[in-house]
Write a protein that binds this ligand. Structure first.
Ligand SMILES: Nc1ncnc2c1ncn2[C@@H]1O[C@H](COP(=O)(O)OP(=O)(O)OP(=O)(O)O)[C@@H](O)[C@H]1O
Length: 303
């Protein structure tokens, strides 16, 4: 598991991470979300011991990663897919990493197959597309079969098929009981991949919650259609609901959840044709949560 405690990182006068605390547990994918410059990469680098915190600490399985005796077996990370020696072949790049960590050649072949690069193992990395470099970075992260995985923007440069593949890969790694932390700018992507999300802005934690809880919190109303709208509205209002009648028909019900509406309609002998709980989109929820912490915004852009 990953534990970040009161982590602070300053670069000169800039505060990149500001007393950030959270825990990432095994068994599910945790999304790490925030606008540009929010401090996601800095936090990940601190977890990996690549950046020394100004104060606070970041631990993996209770200790500093830099002190791990078997680093690649403990943690796999994809930080910057472009940081690869272009003159090497994909297989050679992984072999160099494998050798310095006591990992055999067979594992290199296995991870190249796993990420779909088996056919280009002997090709130079310089000719790879961004998506192929992402896959190679993921292969490197998986090389030591680690318990903890950190991915910084892994879907960058991937096409829709690649995005679906990485989504399924991350979920399967979590299902195997691993700890998976993945950063993203996109709530819509995380809603499909992650179970929990940590939202940061200007180096601070804004929200630490599950996707399910976030959907509940931003629940707007329940939309109901019935051949007997009027009578249904009366029954629901008698139970304390606030009922609006949209111009296109149906009822917008506030203050009662879908199961209760269904029970009341059933009790009154009223037929329902539609019963739909509606939430603000998670993307809207995310924009609202991070609105105050967006550092770079185009002139005239909505806020
Ligand atoms: N090496 C550095 N020197 C100076 N400032 C830095 C350095 N690394 C990061 N920063 C600053 O720290 C803040 C956090 O940056 P960081 O890259 O961690 O954010 P991020 O959430 O990963 O952003 P993005 O989504 O754009 O990658 C930014 O204001 C950035 O300019």
């Amino acid at each position: 598991m990953i534990e970040v405690r009161e982590l602070t990182k300053r670069y000169g006068s800039a505060l990149a991470v500001d007393r950030l605390s959270f825990t990432v547990k095994p068994g599910h994918v945790t999304g790490f979300l925030g606008p540009n410059g929010a401090g996601k990469s800095t936090t990940m680098r601190a977890v990996l011991g690549l950046d020394a915190p100004t104060s606070g600490e970041a631990l993996i399985n209770g200790r500093h990663y830099a002190r791990s005796p078997h680093p690649m077996h403990e943690v796999g990370a994809l930080l910057d897919a472009g940081a690869v020696h272009g003159g090497r072949t994909a297989a050679n790049h992984l072999l160099c990493l494998a050798r310095s960590n006591g990992i055999g050649r067979a594992r290199v072949t296995a991870v190249l197959e796993q990420v779909g690069l088996g056919g280009v193992a002997r090709k130079r990395v310089a000719g790879f597309s961004l998506g192929m470099k992402q896959r190679l970075g993921i292969a490197a992260a998986l090389l030591g079969d680690p318990e903890v995985l950190l991915f910084d923007e892994p879907v960058n440069g991937l096409d829709p098929e690649g995005i679906r593949w990485i989504r399924e890969l991350m979920r399967s790694l979590a299902d195997e009981g691993r700890t998976v932390l993945v950063s993203s700018h996109l709530m819509s992507e995380m809603a499909l991949t992650a179970h929990r999300v940590l939202v940061v802005g200007r180096g601070r934690l804004i929200v630490d919650t599950t996707i399910e809880e976030l959907e509940q919190r931003y629940r707007r109303d329940v939309f109901v259609r019935s051949p007997d709208d009027r009578e249904l509205a009366r029954v629901l209002e008698a139970e304390g609901a606030r009922v609006e009648t949209p111009p296109d028909g149906g009822l917008s019900v506030h203050g009662l959840d879908a199961p209760r509406i269904s029970e009341l309609a059933f009790g009154a002998g009223i037929l329902l044709h539609q019963l739909t709980p509606r939430s603000a989109s998670l993307e809207d929820a995310y924009l609202e949560l991070t609105d105050e912490s967006v550092e770079y915004r185009a002139e005239g852009a909505a806020r």
